[in-house]
Write a protein that binds this ligand. Structure first.
Ligand code: R5P
Length: 293
């Protein structure tokens, strides 16, 4: 097994490569004057299996095109099995048709990646199970333990864990169990036409407790900030915010800080100045369990 690390996952890919002691195939990418992207593998892949890791973090379309070309180049040069790791799966929130005239983009992404030549795909906490339906051979990697480790080491044992949306409740409950804490959730209502958010109390009892608000994605920060308002109104003392995939569009990070978050955690599935938790160990553990390695 060798490893090919795309430019959107240099940090996480490098950490996985070190943990596994794999040989890395270097790559070369460049942008043509008209904006197209060129990708070339610089090592021999003939008759080998490879892990190919590339996040679909922003710029999503560019990173998707690089991933497709990495997979296709691996196959075109005699590579055997392509084990593709997608740390952040873009387009996954449109996991079904909500309004007439739409397309389920998550399914399209899966089919493109398979068409490029992916034999097996591992997704780190994709937005929903439904979003992964287009992949035939898939592994879903739960990285809650990476967050639990941080919280246990930093005085949050027994904290109250809240999901800012009922759909995110399973992750919050898992974290609560790992840190021996309580669990609650906020009811989020999103307008399908405008995308506007409002929140109402779901199941909440944070009064006087250290609170962790955890979601899969933070994009504009709107969901988290709405939930923080409710938590503060209900008397939460000290709110930490966490997400697996921190997109932090525009000034989202600063807005969440200004809203009163004490600590903001986000993982290296989306690599940025804000990613401060690595999920490399959980990725390696799961891939071993699933016999990828
Ligand atoms: C949506 O269903 C996701 O789970 C996140 O809650 C959402 O993407 C967060 O977006 P924003 O930060 O823009 O509210």
């Amino acid at each position: 097994m060798k490893i090919i690390i795309g430019p959107a996952s240099l940090g996480l890919g490098g950490r996985i490569c070190s943990l596994l002691g794999l040989e890395k195939i270097n790559i070369y990418t460049k942008e043509f004057p008209d904006g197209e992207v060129y990708v070339r593998l610089l090592g021999d892949v003939k008759d080998v299996d490879a892990l190919i890791i590339q996040s679909l973090s922003p710029p999503q379309d560019r990173n998707l095109m690089i991933l497709l070309q990495l997979i296709a180049a691996f196959k075109a040069n005699g590579g055997k099995n392509a084990f593709v790791i997608i740390p952040y799966m873009a387009y996954a929130r449109q996991d079904r048709v909500f309004l007439p005239g739409e397309n389920a983009s998550a399914y399209l992404i899966a089919k493109m990646i398979e068409a490029a030549g992916a034999d097996h795909v591992a997704l780190i906490e994709p937005h929903s199970e439904h979003a992964t339906q287009g992949f035939r051979n898939k592994v879903v990697i739960d990285v809650t333990r990476s967050f639990a480790k941080y919280y246990l080491e930093n005085g949050f044992k027994g904290a109250y864990v809240v999901a800012p949306d009922k759909n995110a409740a399973t992750r919050a409950r898992r974290l609560a169990e790992m840190i021996d804490g309580g669990f609650g959730w906020v009811e989020k209502i999103r307008d399908k036409e405008t995308g506007g958010i409002s929140s109402s109390e779901g199941e909440l009892n944070p009064s006087g407790r250290k609170t962790i608000l955890i979601d899969d994605i933070i994009s504009t920060g709107g969901t988290i900030i709405e939930a923080m308002k409710l938590l503060k109104a209900k008397g939460a003392s000290h709110i930490s915010v966490a997400c697996v995939h921190g997109l932090f569009v525009g000034d989202a990070y600063d807005k969440i800080k200004s809203a009163g978050a004490s600590i903001i955690l986000s993982s290296d599935t989306v690599e940025s100045q804000y990613s401060n938790i690595s999920v490399a160990e959980e990725v390696v553990r799961t891939l071993r369990e699933k016999n990828w390695l």
